[in-house]
Design a protein around this ligand. Sequence first.
Ligand code: 6PG
Length: 461
Amino acid sequence: MDIGLIGLGVMGQNLTLNFQSHGYSVVVYNRTEQRTKEFAAKHPEISAAYTLHEFIQSLDRPHRIFLMVTAGSPVDATISNLTVLLSPGDVLIDGGNSHFQDTERRSTELAKRSVHFLGVGVSGGEEGALKGPCLMVGGNREGYEHVRKMLTKIAAQADGPCCQFLGPRGAGHYVKMVHNGIEYAIIQVIAEAYDLLTRAIGLDIKEVHDAFNEWNQGDMNSFLIEIATQVLRKYDEEKRVPLVSLILDRAQQKGTGKWTSQNAMDLGVPIPTIDAAVSARNLSALKDERLQASKILKPPAKSSYLERSLVGRLKDAVQASILVSYAQGFHLLRAASREYGYDIPLEEVARIWKGGCIIRAKVLDSIENAFRSSKDLQNLVLDRQLSKLLLKLEKNWREVIKGAKDAAVPIPATTASLDYYDGYRSERSPANLIQALRDRFGAHCYERIDRPGKFHTDWTT
Ligand code: 6PG
């Protein structure tokens, strides 16, 4: 058998079928036997193993194993059951949403046994797994060579395969984590647009659908806006209303967006749009408290809806906020690449994100070009073409935010994006006062603009 797959959740099943449809022989194994039996009954053409020993025995050498088990301790448990059966030179791939630091640790442990470990970020959901995911590969380069052909074949295609080796150890999972942070930010920006269009401007869901659909035709074309139009089209047959209006407004999360924010804080990289998106999910989850608060802290009385002309302006605000979300994500990748010695090719990240993954979008063409023409680009907002675009969008972006504040509709990610943009391009910040206050209460010292050195002042006299 060419490859073995462990973990028959939907993603694992679909990846198996993807490998098989590309002409590879696959053997599957799942911890609970029943699931393997069900899968084998449905797909008799695929081999099934019921013990790990039997599983390994059926594989060609070097053994190539793809793990699709839940991130966290299940990955460690599976690896620990497997290690006695593995030989030097075998290739073990973790395709789950593992924390990159777990991948770092596992890489070190497995390297001691000469097992080639790869941490691969797999994006695209169930459909992507079946028809072509985006594969963000990190880990042992030599190991990658044993599976490169297979992985590039099953991946989505967009100017080449959406599968790329991005760096050693945890690099692939790191890039996937940031992908998810950007995913959170874009989803939040889209949700805020929907909120403004309905609550502040008074559009019905059909009109919101039409606006999104129009946005999706041009430069803003993206998978997430496209699926937003699909979602808004869906009706509840029984109640005869758009299904979205019947969904409880409490967002869940599995933690990858939070990890992005946590790590960005550790590295001192500002990613406020992603932070705002994570916090907005947390706030949404406080449904009972929000209900209570809405009775006490009544919003200002609304005399009328905001002008409809804001719909066109909102398009610019969404486009700008999405672009800034990518800028923050890439800024973080750049910093992490240095900090962890990953040497991530950012232009290749932009390229493989153009297909298969959740944040695929037309704007990634410009992002890829930006990094191809300047490898040292500090921040995407500084790119010649993208900076021009932001300057063009800025006026409407600001107008929309003013409107939202008047209407008391929260748009934290859109606002954080503009504040980031305004902050990043500000020659002077008010941090001089922060420094003075720190020195006043804690003698933390400050630097001056007129001479070098560290200074402390007795501020009380
Ligand atoms: C992908 C997604 C996926 C992620 C979900 C859910 O790239 O296919 O990022 O890996 O698990 O989007 O994430 P949350 O449950 O945290 O929203």
